[in-house]
Structure formats: structure tokens, C-alpha cells
Design a protein around this ligand. Structure first.
Ligand SMILES: Cc1ncc(COP(=O)(O)O)c(C=O)c1O
Length: 421
């Protein structure tokens, strides 16, 4: 390891009068850990020290349970389904609005996603729609805490328990979000997280799952390691060879190479230390916009309940349909005009994964007989969009910049609607 590494931390770039930070914010500690990992020569395998350290760190942060690291959030979801015994032709309930990976986790193992409508205010699974969709052929439910807000877990859990159906939480966008004072990911049979670069906890790519059930954790760990029996600690391939190849090398179940890259673990471990603080800044900055949304013309923004915290991984802003009648213009026209105006003021936006999944080509065979263009989910996505930039997300900025940017959004939004009068 070089005694004085010359770190170039690529995190800040000027933008007008402010310096915007890129995400993730990397410090010398992150670089040093990556270099130490390279120097250790332990760049692949199971039970590596840096992987154990990563899993232990996440276990401490999330408040118990067993953490099994994976090489992506998609993998974590797929491994979770396999761990719960879901297989070909089994039906898995999946929200109609989520990133494709939630549904792909099912299709990749031959299971059948059944799409369930969402709530148009929270963009989360509609509890009533879950109750209707949960027939005897359903073998698992994947709830997605969309954009950083927990689903209504008590209600959904009650429905699932009654039918004996396990729940997987997709927490890819909700690291650090609380539901009744508990972190999401710990509210179900298995919680799955992504550490892709845009996520609040970012390894570039990577993921992990968490479960309170030691047997499920062991099964997931084995699946991630080619279906081999895999102790968490001190399993070294070479020692396995010395101690008895056959014992270690007999695959006992389906599996694959789903383990986290140790370099990614090294990059991300120390970032967890700052996560809750950054989320708090973000929540502070969002507070006035959320509290005063009713005073901003035609603005719809998710209002977290008193039992939840929103971690604002993505900030989806909606336009009230009242604007269509009020201005005699189409929603598409108003939305595009607003997005253009925001862009001219330095606030980028994206439609992000529209249309909803059952209307996307690859998922149409699973869409069933429902007219998805008439559903609450479709309408909610058609009248909304996501603000700010993945490369320079709000969470990466200083608290004063967070506040200023949110306040600017409000101002430009109000000015746009005033200009239509
Ligand atoms: C809701 C949701 N689920 C799953 C994933 C998949 O995670 P990954 O990209 O790490 O595979 C993502 C994001 O990428 C996501 O946003």
C-alpha cells in the first residue's frame, strides 16, 4: 500500500453559484479500505474478512438480524424468492409501479408476477388491491417501499398471514426509512436492498438481504455461493480444498455466483456512518415543501404518515388533475411545459420508468385482463415526474444547498402556473 496515496476525490463540481456534489461522496477512508482490500489479495470468495465486516456493520446499523451480501438488488430479490421456496409457475404479487427488477426477480426463476395496483398518493402497493389479488396460487408478495416511503406493513402483513404467504420487502429505494420506528427491511421474512450507484447507500453496484431467521439466512448464503454449504466466517476456498474437497464442493441446492465483490464492500462500509445524518438533512430540507404543499398551485407530493419517515430517494412531484380543467390544456402539455421551465432554472427532471410495468412490452404477457390504462397507478404516473439529478442528487449536497434547491423548485413551480393564468 503506498504510504501517501494521492487521492483524487471526484465529488464536487461548480454549478452556477453553488458547488454540487456527486454521489456517492467518497472520503479518504473509503479509498484506503479499497486499497487495503486490493493489497490483501482476497478478491473473491466467501467469508472474506471485508465481507464479514460489511455484513456485521449493516447488521449493527439495521438493528439485528442476519445480513447476506449479494452482487445486486436484483440478485437479492431473486435469492430471497429462491430461499422462500418460490419456483416455476408460482405466482408472486408485485406492484404495477416499480423498477423492472422487482418483477424480473420472479420471471428469472420461472415464477409469474401478478401485478397489483398502487395508491396514487404514496406510489406504494394498495392494501385493498393486495387483498383482492391474493388467491391460493400466490406464493409470495414483494412489497416495494417506493421512492423511500414504507408500505402499510401492518395491513399487508395481516392479509398475508391469514393466507400463509411470505413477504419480501424491496428496500432498494428506502435505506433508512422507518415504519413504526423500525427500519424497513426488518418488517417481513426477508428485506432486500440495492447498493447501485444512485442509492442512498452506494457501492457502485451491489446489494444485500436481511432476515431475522437464521435458517433462511444460511440458505440464502448457500444460494449466493453456488448452492454450496457456506459458513459465514473463515471459509476459505483453499482451506476447503485442503480439508476435504468433497465435503465442501458438493452442491446441495440451486445457486449461482451471487456474492458481493469485496472491493464494493470495501468502498461502501464507511459510508454507512453518515447515512442517517444525510437523511435527516434531506428530511429537514423537504419539510416546508411537504407541509405547505397545499399552498403551492396544483402540487401533489407524498405526505408521510406520523408512523413513517420518508427518505426521499426519489422525489416524485405530481400535478393535480384540476389543472387540466382550470387551464383547458392536456396533462401531457402542462407537465412538459413545467419540466421545460424547471430545466431552464437548473432543475432537471425525469419521467423514470414510465409506463407502469404491465404496460411495458416484456411484462404484457403477465398483465391479465385488467385495463391498466384505467388504474390509479397509471394515472398517478401520467401526471407526475421525478425532480433532480441522479448524478448530483439532493442527498449529496450540503444542508444549505438542499434547502435552497427545494425552495427554488417551489418558486419555479408556482411561477410556471402563474404564467399560465
Ligand atoms: C425498486 C427497485 N428494486 C430493485 C432494484 C434493483 O437493484 P439493482 O440495480 O441493484 O439490481 C432497483 C434499482 O435499481 C429498484 O429501484
Amino acid at each position: 500500500m503506498p504510504s501517501k496515496p494521492n487521492f483524487q476525490v471526484p465529488s464536487a463540481e461548480p454549478n452556477g453559484t453553488r458547488t454540487l456534489h456527486r454521489w456517492p461522496i467518497l472520503t479518504g477512508a473509503n479509498y484506503r479500505k479499497v486499497i487495503a482490500c486490493i493489497s490483501s489479495g482476497e478478491l473473491s470468495g466467501s467469508g472474506l474478512e471485508v465481507i464479514n465486516e460489511f455484513e456485521k456493520t449493516v447488521e449493527n446499523w439495521i438493528g439485528g438480524g442476519h445480513v447476506v451480501s449479494t452482487n445486486s438488488g436484483t440478485t437479492a430479490l431473486m435469492v430471497a424468492l429462491l430461499t422462500l421456496g418460490v419456483g416455476p409457475e408460482d405466482v408472486v404479487l408485485v406492484p404495477s409501479y416499480t423498477w423492472s427488477a422487482t418483477a424480473f426477480a420472479a420471471t428469472l426463476i420461472g415464477a409469474i408476477p401478478r401485478f397489483v395496483d398502487i395508491d396514487s398518493d404514496t406510489y406504494n402497493l394498495s392494501t385493498e388491491a393486495v387483498a383482492k389479488a391474493i388467491t391460493p396460487d400466490v406464493k409470495a408478495i414483494i412489497v416495494v417501499h417506493m421512492h423511500g416511503l414504507s408500505c402499510e406493513m401492518d395491513e399487508i402483513t395481516a392479509i398475508a398471514r391469514e393466507k400463509g404467504v411470505p413477504i419480501i420487502e424491496d428496500c432498494a429505494q428506502a435505506h433508512g426509512a422507518l415504519y413504526k420506528k423500525q427500519y424497513v427491511g426488518t418488517l417481513s421474512d426477508i428485506g432486500c436492498f440495492s447498493m447501485q450507484k444512485s442509492k442512498h447507500f452506494s457501492a457502485g453496484d451491489g446489494g444485500f438481504l436481511v432476515t431475522r431467521n437464521a435458517a433462511l439466512a444460511q440458505k440464502a448464503r448457500d444460494i449466493c455461493n453456488f448452492g454450496l454449504p457456506t459458513p459465514k466466517h473463515n471459509y476459505h476456498f483453499e482451506e476447503g480444498l485442503r480439508e476435504g474437497y468433497a465435503v465442501f464442493r458438493e452442491c446441495e441446492q440451486i445457486g449461482g455466483m451471487f456474492r458481493l465483490n469485496p472491493l464494493s464492500a470495501a468502498l461502501v462500509i464507511d459510508q454507512l456512518e453518515h447515512l442517517d445524518q444525510r437523511i435527516e438533512w434531506l428530511q429537514e430540507a423537504m419539510k416546508p415543501l411537504v407541509a405547505e404543499a397545499a399552498q403551492v398551485p396544483f402540487l401533489k407530493i407524498t405526505q408521510p404518515g406520523s408512523h413513517q419517515t420518508h427518505v426521499w430517494h426519489k422525489i416524485r412531484v405530481g400535478i393535480d388533475y384540476g389543472a387540466v380543467d382550470h387551464y383547458g390544456r392536456s396533462m401531457a402539455d402542462i407537465r412538459q411545459g413545467l419540466r421545460n421551465t424547471l430545466a431552464r432554472s437548473g432543475i432537471p427532471s425525469t419521467l423514470w420508468t414510465a409506463p407502469i410495468l404491465p404496460l411495458q412490452k416484456v411484462f404484457r404477457p403477465y398483465a391479465g385482463t385488467i385495463d391498466w390504462t384505467k388504474t390509479a397507478g397509471h394515472l398517478a404516473i401520467e401526471n407526475s415526474f421525478i425532480v433532480f439529478d441522479e448524478k448530483y442528487p439532493l442527498i449529496a449536497q450540503d444542508p444549505s444547498t438542499m434547502t435552497a434547491v427545494v425552495s427554488k423548485l417551489r418558486q419555479v413551480w408556482s411561477d410556471y402556473f402563474a404564467s399560465l393564468e
